[in-house]
Ligand binder design. Structure first.
Ligand code: BGC
Length: 895
């Protein structure tokens, strides 16, 4: 059989197909090549079969497209279920593949009219925060007819956990997640068929807590009640019995009952307090003796109810404790060996009534004590108040922490009744449960560790929204951080659903502003009286760069179309320009944030001028938007932005670039941005800039000299200008500041600052010091693109560039990536000093351009397995020498 196999089709960017928010969901499939699949396999046509209520429709489409093809049938209705399967025609004989397996798509509630539920809350309004979580309950009888299908549509003002007949509904955490609630509120859809009991009384129980909705959010003390000051539940259970009986719909309304939760409070920053004495029997079951109160109906805010494409937050891994540490001051600290984001689960706790056990979470130790200073105004503390009986399998339900260490007060290894041991508790890792898509490894263990740390950093910071950090009093969707890290993130995991949803929040918030300034954090919780909105390059440039990144990774043109008003709004209305239409120089720019020479208390005081950084970005994004316009057939705008791009580029050159190619801001960041964004006038100028960059890198002894703007581009700039050994040398440098320094210091995630921990083991004195920030880990994009050598040339990786460039002491590297077409694999090795061998697997229906090291020849190959060999000595130019005064020896400080 020379044909590939097709995966079951999937719909839009939806993780499961249950609760899809589109009536015409686009369909995609991937190819799995078998050993006998013909090389260069391309699709010529496809068949789709769609089954809707027992009728099967067949469609034959002559097209090479296999990614996000149009829904072939008529529009689906709310709740409608359809099945689809596909087969493709292609290969040398243009014959059909086997049919894929069937996939099911089921629409969510597509219109507000589909909801008959009323939002409910507790009878008495609490006037001050934190709001105490509420437990809601409803019992109802089910006839004896078997349940054919039951769906639970649910959302809340706050975050919820639901139970039916005592069983948890789904495994989502912190649902429905954080969105710009006043614009878009996610609802979840659960298949609860198996939880219901025919012919019996059934109970729905739901606990709702503040989540992000009403909690204190933001730095500098933050604010409570940003979205509202009352928790509420909004849910609809729809039960379709087997034949005969009419459907039963149970919706939230005032006949539901409620009472206060035994969780006394649960906050994002401060943590959760659980008082077991406040439990009122088994509140989740129908036989509960609890005293219940009436509920009160409230208006659900005018917001769009959204069926998310992002997967939910889940517990994805359990990490065991590795050590119990006794501190000199008598404290007990549990070490989990990995800085992670999630919560602690205690298997069993036996304490007398009224006894308090407190868990305080932190990322590091300092002076043999828990390092809590970087948490600023976040307590990161969970407390369990016992009721005198054993508490089993306790977890904080509605919060999460960023931690490696947990200090346990009120419970110790010496306790006679139930001593604390390494087996008493585990850490549960929580994040948006994205599908892993990319893997990298190489012969250098510390480079692999860097990649692992960046991956852990992504996991911890993709928790419902892409955040800057997961531990202190921020955990906000800082746009600049994501702008920098998105290409790396989208290699590691499939971010299409999550980030395209998040972009819709960005544009909703941005376009509500008369000046169309994207907020610096999305969802926006920054207090305007404290920090007025002002436009910022690098951060706000995400409005154009992220849609472009996602389009490159996933080939979804709808993302460009949907974000178009946001992109044009940013350039046409928000950018504050000077007389030359470059950035207004009077405006403060965050710029090359966290340049290592910036003083701890002035992270924006970089050696590269912020306006220069902003201008370089402005030229780049204007050119990008011109390209996007032509892809979208917006020809008038395309010409306008193209003309603007040329004019701005020329003004940038006049303003900053000398006739030889040097930059007036003679820094690594400035030179790198100019090289990577193609801002020079001629190849000769670019070559001069490349040489200058190389010199600056040697002068700084390969230590990092860049912040947020320069870090993602410097290794690319060095490679592009022919100095890849310098990029490897920087990668392998181990003195501070460098990528390897934190690893030498035992880091298990990427730090916010190059020196979040100082060489003497003390925490950087700057008040903004996290140990889990993904931005500076953006170098992994260079590991993927240059070390392993794979990057997308055409949207969705339909055309792949395979251009590995060995260097440093790395003797082999490999990457695997699930493209929109199938699995790409690339592995190279150098033996006997210069025998280079590359093994490549290109997925069906895509092509690769292969450039072997030491050559500029491109080989265009179709799908299949290939081996390439050449002679390439990766030791030429290694190790490069630092530029030091002649009387000193340049030291080799690489690992
Ligand atoms: C965040 C950053 C962010 C920056 C910008 C910080 O507090 O943690 O990562 O981009 O502020 O001001």
């Amino acid at each position: 059989m020379s044909q590939p196999t097709l995966t079951p089709p999937y719909f839009e960017q939806h993780p499961t197909g249950l609760g899809v928010g589109s009536s015409e969901p686009r369909i995609s499939w991937r190819f799995i090549a078998t050993d006998s699949t013909a090389a260069g396999w391309k699709q010529d046509a496809y068949d789709i079969e769609v089954t809707r209520s027992d009728d099967t429709e067949s469609y034959h489409v002559k097209s090479a497209e296999s990614v996000l093809v149009s829904w072939p049938s008529s529009s689906l209705q709310s709740r409608e279920v359809a099945k689809a399967r596909v087969r493709a025609y292609g290969g040398p004989d243009n014959t059909a593949t086997e049919w894929s397996a069937w996939s099911t798509v089921e629409c969510g509630l597509l219109s507000r009219q589909d909801w008959s539920a009323r939002a409910i809350t507790s009878p008495v309004k609490q006037t001050e925060g934190p709001l105490r979580p509420i437990r809601f309950r409803k019992t109802f009888a089910l006839s004896s007819a078997a349940v054919h299908r039951a769906r639970f549509y649910i959302t809340s003002l706050g975050v919820f956990q639901a139970y039916i007949n005592g069983e948890p509904v789904g495994d989502h955490c912190m649902a429905p997640g954080w969105t710009s609630y006043h614009n878009r509120l996610n609802y979840e859809v659960f298949d609860v068929t198996s939880l219901l009991k025919s012919g019996e009384e059934n109970t729905i129980a739901v606990e709702v807590s503040e989540g992000w909705y009403a909690t204190r959010l933001g730095f500098g003390g933050g604010r409570r009640f940003i979205y509202g000051d009352e928790l509420a539940l909004f849910a609809q259970l729809e039960i379709i019995p087997e034949q005969g009986d009419s459907p039963l719909v149970v919706t939230t309304e005032s006949s539901w009952k409620c009472h206060q939760s035994a969780i006394v409070r649960s906050e994002i920053y401060d943590g959760e307090v659980y008082d077991a004495r406040e439990e009122q029997g088994n509140w989740k079951s129908s036989t509960s003796e609890t005293s219940w109160e009436a509920t009160r109906e409230v208006e659900l805010p005018q917001t769009q109810l959204v069926a998310p494409n992002a997967p939910p937050v889940r517990v994805t891994e359990v990490v065991n404790a590795v050590e119990i540490i006794h501190t000199p001051s008598g404290k007990v600290i549990v070490d989990f060996g990995q800085n992670l984001v999630g919560r602690v689960r205690i298997h069993s706790l036996k304490k007398p009534a009224g006894h308090s056990t407190i868990l305080t979470h932190a990322e590091v130790l300092e002076g043999k004590q828990l390092g809590t200073r970087p948490l600023r105004a976040a307590k990161c503390q969970d407390e369990i108040i016992s009721a005198g009986h054993e508490i089993r399998d306790w977890i904080p339900r509605f919060t999460f922490h960023g931690f490696r260490y947990v200090q346990v007060d009120g419970w110790g290894p010496e306790d006679a009744d139930s001593p604390l041991t390494l087996q008493s508790l585990v850490a549960e890792v929580m994040h948006t449960d994205l599908k892993r898509s990319g893997w990298f490894s190489c012969s250098h263990p510390m480079v692999n560790k860097l990649h692992q740390n960046a991956t852990w950093g992504m996991r911890g910071n993709f928790l419902s929204v892409p955040t800057d950090c997961p531990q202190r009093d921020e955990r906000l969707g800082w746009t600049g951080d994501l702008q920098i890290f998105a290409p790396s993130a989208s290699f590691l995991y499939n971010t299409a659903g999550m980030l395209s949803d998040w972009l819709q929040d960005l544009s909703a918030e941005q376009l509500a502003d008369p000046n169309a300034i994207p907020p610096l954090v999305v969802p926006n919780v920054i207090d305007e009286s404290f920090w007025p909105a002002f436009p910022q390059a690098v951060w706000d440039d995400i409005a154009i760069i992220l849609p472009w990144t996602l389009y490159q990774c996933y080939g979804d043109i709808n993302i460009l179309r949907r974000q178009y008003p946001s992109m044009t709004g940013w350039l046409d209305r928000a950018v504050q320009r000077g007389p030359d239409r470059l950035w207004d120089e009077t405006l403060f720019q965050l710029g090359d944030w966290l340049d290592p020479t910036a003083p701890p208390d002035q992270p924006g005081n970089a050696r590269t001028d912020g306006t220069l950084v902003a201008d370089a970005y402005l030229v780049y994004v204007t050119g990008l938007l011109a390209r996007i316009c032509s892809i979208l057939d917006e020809s008038t705008d395309s010409s306008r932005y193209e003309a603007d791009y040329r004019a701005l580029k020329s003004r940038f050159q006049t303003k900053y670039i000398s006739p030889t190619g040097l930059l007036v801001g003679d820094t690594q960041t400035a030179l790198s941005l100019a090289l990577v964004f193609d801002l020079h006038d001629s190849p000769q100028q670019a070559a001069t800039a490349g040489e200058r960059l190389a010199r600056l890198v040697r002068i700084s002894k390969f230590q990092v000299s860049t912040g947020f703007a320069g870090t993602p581009v410097i290794t690319h700039a060095l490679t592009k200008s022919g100095h890849h050994q310098l990029a490897y040398r920087m990668l392998q440098e181990s003195n501070c500041p460098s990528w390897m320094y934190p690893i030498r210091m035992g880091a298990t995630t990427v730090w916010e600052r190059w020196d979040s921990m100082l060489p003497d083991g003390t925490i950087n004195p700057g008040e903004m010091t996290s140990f889990n920030h993904y931005a500076l880990g953006s170098i992994i994009n260079w590991l993927h693109k240059t070390v392993a050598g794979v990057s997308p040339l055409e949207p969705g990786w339909r055309e792949i560039l395979v251009k590995p460039l060995p260097g440093g002491t790395v003797t082999s590297a490999e990457a695997t990536y699930e493209t929109a077409y199938g699995r790409l694999g690339s592995r190279w090795e150098i033996k006997d000093c210069d025998q280079f061998r590359l093994e490549l697997v290109v997925p069906p229906n895509s092509t690769a351009r292969v450039v072997l090291p030491g050559t500029e020849d491109e080989k265009l190959v179709g799908s299949g397995r290939y081996t390439f060999e050449t002679t390439f000595n990766s030791q030429v130019g290694w190790p490069p020498k630092a530029q030091v005064p002649p009387m000193f020896e340049a030291e080799d400080s690489f690992v």
